[in-house]
Write a protein that binds this ligand. Structure first.
Ligand SMILES: [Mg+2]
Length: 394
């Protein structure tokens, strides 16, 4: 069997409008073989740019036997190495192709992808959903969810307190601060310490991902499990977080970590350090999620998987073999390969319309807001933030 064609499918993956998620795209990758078997993957990490990277890599793969996945991954890695640190763009491109190769191998052998990674540790994979209000948390718990994540620094402590009060002690809660550059390490420590009383499953991306020493300082000062890694690529990208045991939970993004085998290697590194894995899924589409389900089924140190509950309509239209969800879990499928396919007519209805977020006019105000929010965590006072005036220097 030989690879004879690779196609990409880029689509708009946000609600209509120009909000913060207006630039969310999904990029699906389909690898075709001369024997008629096809494989499906998904790549993130700036999808339109990743699409071009995949087109650049395609000539390296045409005519190759798709079963030699590690060798083909090394071939791609060597090909882009000269571009310097390729980061999540290069890793995203390799991820989409590599994922499709596992799908082909599974179909060729008649086994699910999880069977190729050591077999199942579990028949279902635990998931969590997102809530930013007490009411949304109640709805999710009533639907069966047993773990909920909230995020951002705006009224963070009050939001977590309200959700904990609403759902009780039995539901796992997580907080994601999204590692913004305007949040200092000291502020992240102050917020983390204010959250300690809520018994979180983890405190995620407390500072910017590039600030490894900052994450380490938060980890040393805050008595909560620390999670990070969604914006890191390849096992080398997460090595320091794991080796120094800075994090308790490593969170690779299944669409841009470098591939399923890279994630399995990361998981093994983490396992040796008593660290669990909880993959990022926030910007991803349904193909990468299903790939994560297959891989997480095999990991002894799997913790929980992010899931976009009640996502945009296209999530449920562009892929066959949708996940079966019950009691805060996705059932691990037994179909060969990933057990899914894309619906090209549905994808065509959602053309990509933008590729980067458009920061609001008050973007520089975020730094001031972070200082103000800190004063609220420390004082417990609910005071309005300072008024932003264009051009005003705080
Ligand atoms: Mg996150």
């Amino acid at each position: 069997m030989k690879i004879d064609r690779i196609e990409t499918f880029l689509l708009h993956a946000a609600p209509p409008g120009h909000g913060g998620w207006a630039s969310r795209n999904w990029l699906f990758v389909k690898v075709y073989t001369d024997e008629g078997l096809t494989g499906l993957g998904e790549a993130s990490g700036w999808p339109r740019v990743v699409e071009t990277a995949i087109q650049d890599l395609t000539p390296l793969l045409i005519g190759e036997d798709p079963q030699h996945i590690e060798r083909l991954w090394q071939k791609m890695m060597c090909a882009i190495m000269g571009h310097g640190m390729t980061g999540i763009v290069g890793a995203g491109a390799m991820t989409g192709i590599e994922m499709a190769l596992w799908d082909i191998k599974g179909k060729a052998l008649g086994v699910p992808v999880w069977s190729l990674f050591g077999g199942k540790m579990r028949d279902r994979v635990r998931i969590y959903a997102h809530a930013h209000t007490r009411e949304r948390a109640r709805t999710l718990v009533d639907e069966g969810y047993t773990a909920i994540k909230t995020g951002g620094i705006k009224n963070c402590v009050e939001t977590v307190a309200a959700i904990r009060d609403e759902v009780g002690a039995e539901v796992d809660l997580m907080v994601d601060v999204h590692g913004p550059p305007w949040l200092t390490t000291r502020d992240a420590i102050a917020l983390g310490q204010a959250l300690e009383e809520f018994d979180l499953l983890f405190y995620e991306d407390p500072v910017a991902p590039e600030n490894v020493e900052g994450i380490a300082r938060v980890s040393a000062a805050v008595n909560l499990p620390i999670a990070a890694g969604e914006r890191h690529a390849t096992m080398w990208g997460v090595r320091e977080l794991i080796e120094r045991e800075i994090v308790d939970v490593i969170q690779p993004d299944t669409g841009r970590a470098g591939g399923l085998l890279q994630m399995k290697k990361m998981a093994a590194m983490a396992e040796a350090h008593y660290i669990t894995m909880a993959p990022h899924d926030g910007s991803l589409g349904p193909v990468a999620e299903m790939a994560a389900v297959h891989l997480m089924a095999t990991l002894p140190n799997f913790l929980i998987l992010e899931h976009l509950a009640d996502d945009v309509p296209q999530r449920y239209e562009v892929m066959t073999g949708q996940p079966v969800i019950a009691d805060s879990h996705i059932i691990v499928p037994d179909t060969p390969g990933l057990g899914i396919d894309i619906v090209e007519e549905a994808i065509a209805r959602y053309p990509s319309t933008g590729n980067v977020s458009m920061p609001e006019d008050t973007y520089d105000y975020s730094y001031v807001y972070a200082r103000h929010a800190r004063s609220q965590w420390l004082s417990g006072q609910q005071t309005p933030p300072p008024k932003y005036r264009p051009g005003h220097v705080f």
